[in-house]
Design a protein around this ligand. Structure first.
Ligand code: KG4
Ligand code: ZN
Length: 363
């Protein structure tokens, strides 16, 4: 039997250029470069600056990942790249680089959904996902509760999504009004350590008896944080208390709904992924509530929660092993792609669906 190929994953959807190498579910090496410092001045990511930074970082990052893995360019057997969602210019830089490498090396190319790789990141830490599982994706741009079966083949079912802001966006914007640095999530996490989570009674949006049980809304919470800060005008802001209370509200809503989704669907495993899964209170509360409900909790280590190329390689590796068809070389970016399948190009989707129905027919 021939050995599984080395998959190079390339990530460039936002401000980080990442490259990772995975073979057969094992991470061999990864490297990342960030243009975050260049954006900090503006309080958020500037798309044109991000795209230019990717142009400079892509080659060195791929070489560093290869160096860490002790591999050479010629060892790469598959290239996987984020094709969406994300910043259009930033995505295009990564895709152009990935196409060039795949073409030059004569190896298959896979276009991968940005969010699927957050899910796949957990497989690097904890092995294959159980089928089915409920996945809570909480990042800077997305908050979704998903019912996931076979990530490499099956359609992903959205149980609920955010109606407005994502949880990470709420942290980032609130941090700004609290006078904390960008990115706001880690800064709120740090400030909250010495704060009282009961100090400010922030709302728990969409948790009423008639609300969508799996829907999220964080824009009201963000506004509540801004109003609270405004009320202290002229006086010192108790930032630690505000941060701890906001973090508590976000962690409470996220984990309450995720556990309810598992219970209602009879699913025994919850997987929490995305940048906000690095949050210490989200992790602790998820652990507490899953243990109480008899649900197995899987959360990747913090370094695999935020964006990096290792995760793209992990999805590529899953797709190869699921027998998905590669992307054509004219595949393009899809900056606002919905998450339906891990692979983002129609050929792979069709092949995966055919595989899935063949598997279903075997029952
Ligand atoms: O998944 P990610 O790296 O990028 C996106 O796909 O958006 O997530 C970034 C988000 C940012 O909003 C950042 O503030 C948040 O994750 N984040 C955190 C923490 N670390 C990163 N939020 C709360 N606590 C953290 N420790
Ligand atoms: Zn992300």
């Amino acid at each position: 039997m021939c050995a599984a190929p080395v998959v190079l994953g390339i990530e460039s959807s936002c401000d980080e250029t990442g490259a990772g190498l995975v073979r057969d579910g094992r991470l061999l090496g990864h490297a990342v470069a960030s243009s975050m410092d260049e954006h900090a001045l503006f309080g958020g990511v500037v798309p044109e600056i991000a795209a230019r930074a990717h142009v400079h970082a892509l080659g060195p990052v791929v070489r560093r990942a290869l160096g860490e893995a002790g591999l050479r360019m010629a060892d790469i057997g598959v290239v996987a790249v984020t094709t969406g969602p994300g910043l259009s210019g930033a995505l295009q830089v990564g895709l152009a680089g990935a196409k060039g490498l795949a073409y030059a090396l004569g190896v298959p190319l896979y276009g991968v959904h940005h969010l699927a790789r957050h899910v796949a990141a957990d497989t690097l830490a904890h092995g294959p996902l159980p089928d089915p599982c409920v996945v809570l994706i909480v990042s800077g741009g997305h908050t979704s509760l998903l019912l996931v079966r076979d990530l490499g083949r099956d359609r992903i079912v959205h149980l609920g999504d955010t109606l407005d802001d994502a949880a990470g966006e709420c942290f980032d914007k609130a941090a700004r009004v609290f006078g904390l640095p960008y990115p706001g999530g880690p800064a709120i996490d740090r400030a909250a350590r010495v704060g009282d989570p009961r100090a400010v009674p922030f709302p728990r949006p969409l948790t009423g008896p008639h609300d969508d049980p799996y829907g999220f809304s964080f824009s009201g919470l963000k506004t509540a944080a801004a109003r609270w800060a405004e009320r202290h005008h002229g006086r010192a802001l108790p930032v630690a208390d505000g941060a701890a209370s906001l973090q508590e509200a976000v962690a409470d809503v996220l984990t309450r709904k995720a556990v309810a989704a598992c219970t209602a669907h009879g699913v025994g495993t919850l997987v929490v992924v995305g940048g906000v899964a690095a949050n210490s209170r989200v992790r602790a509360l998820a652990e507490e509530r899953c243990a109480a409900a008899g649900i197995v909790l899987r959360v990747p280590p913090p370094r695999l929660c935020t964006d990096n190329g290792a995760m793209i390689a992990a999805v590529g590796d899953l797709l190869v092993r699921a027998g998905a068809e590669p992307a054509p070389l004219d595949v393009s970016v899809d900056p606002s792609a919905p998450l339906e399948y891990a692979a983002l190009h129609p050929v792979a989707r069709a092949a995966a669906a055919a595989g899935a129905s063949a598997a279903a027919g075997a029952w």
